[in-house]
Design a protein around this ligand. Structure first.
Ligand code: NAP
Length: 294
């Protein structure tokens, strides 16, 4: 039976480690980490995500500031707001919740964030540092996956890691991180995408399969090698009358048939998802303690 890679438990552990560190900082009269989140418009999902981040800050003892801006804000005014937060010495970390309204360039806003405060790890400077294996803020989902592998003592050296998906936020950084001369890392990596031929065959050759393509239950048992480690990043809401909420969550992997073949697997929900906020908190702590940019 596969080892369950438990993201819920691991994320709670990380949050409790962060809370202890905040306790030490408070006791020694140091500066309490402070995260600012910029939310543009009133998109329901974005409000939920930002709300969860603010609540998590409270849980670990951080300070947080939610900057709510009107959906009609001009790009120039938003850039000005980012600059204001960049210049505020009291704020350690800054995130701009995506997506932004169509009339605003995500690239311009991302590039405006001061790398020292970029706790989402999305700025060109921090992505470059990640690729060079320099100290950096690794973005939340890839960092969460690395921690899951590490804390479940999954061997990665010399393994063939296949990543399905090449997005800037998951697939692409994961492929770089898994190939690094580090632990987790030292894999031989194959990155795949929608133009890849023979995907089934490539997936079957994976010792570690990282799935982030955004298609419900795309990976089936016949695409997975016996004993593979399977990391499912996908999250989809499926209508389910039997649930109080009216829906249930599933991943990009057909869990019930893949789990019996895998040596270790992340469930959905309770796998990669809960790690994301824990990673953001960790990066904010690094920022407050000037660990990346001394
Ligand atoms: P994305 O930006 O939509 O990228 C999807 C990638 O998958 C693209 O590179 C695309 O290829 C590739 N792809 C699409 N169909 C494919 C196919 N049939 N075969 C092979 N590759 C295919 O997605 P994302 O932002 O990385 O997110 C992926 C999934 O993870 C989504 O379900 C998302 O909700 C979830 N997610 C979860 C978390 C979390 O915290 N757990 C965080 C982020 C994302 P092309 O480049 O060729 O188009």
């Amino acid at each position: 039976m596969a080892i369950l890679i438990d993201g819920k438990k691991t994320s709670e552990q990380i949050k409790s480690e962060i809370a202890s560190r905040v306790g030490e900082i408070k006791a020694s009269g140091g500066k309490i980490p402070h995260l600012a989140a910029v939310l543009v418009g009133d998109d329901g999902a974005s409000q939920t995500y930002v709300g969860a981040k603010v609540k998590a800050c409270e849980q670990v003892g951080f300070r947080s500031t939610l900057v709510r801006l009107d959906a009609g804000i001009t790009e120039e005014a938003l850039l000005h707001e980012v600059q204001r937060i960049n210049d505020d010495p009291d704020i350690d970390g800054l995130i701009a919740q995506l997506p932004l309204p169509k009339h605003i360039s995500v690239e311009k806003v991302t590039a405006k964030i001061k790398p020292e405060k970029d706790v989402d790890g999305f700025t060109p400077a921090n992505v470059g540092r990640m690729a060079l294996n320099w100290p950096t803020y690794v973005s939340a989902t890839p960092y969460g996956i690395l921690e899951l592998l590490k804390r479940h003592e999954i061997e990665t050296s010399g393994k063939h890691c296949v990543v399905i998906g090449r997005s800037h936020i998951v697939g692409s950084p994961m492929s770089i991180l898994m190939a690094r001369n580090d632990y987790p890392g030292n894999c031989t990596v194959t990155i795949t995408h929608s133009r890849t031929k023979n995907l089934d065959e490539i997936a079957r050759s994976a010792d570690i399969l990282i799935v982030a393509l955004g298609r419900p239950e795309f990976v089936t048992a016949d695409m997975v090698k016996e004993g593979a480690v399977v990391i499912d990043v996908g999250i989809h809401r499926i209508a389910d009358e039997s649930k109080k909420s009216g829906f249930r969550l599933i991943g990009d992997v057909k869990y019930d048939e893949v789990a019996p073949k895998a040596s270790a697997i992340t469930p959905v929900p309770g796998g990669v998802g809960p790690m994301t906020i824990a990673s953001l908190l960790y990066n904010t702590l690094l920022a407050a303690e000037r660990k990346i940019y001394p």
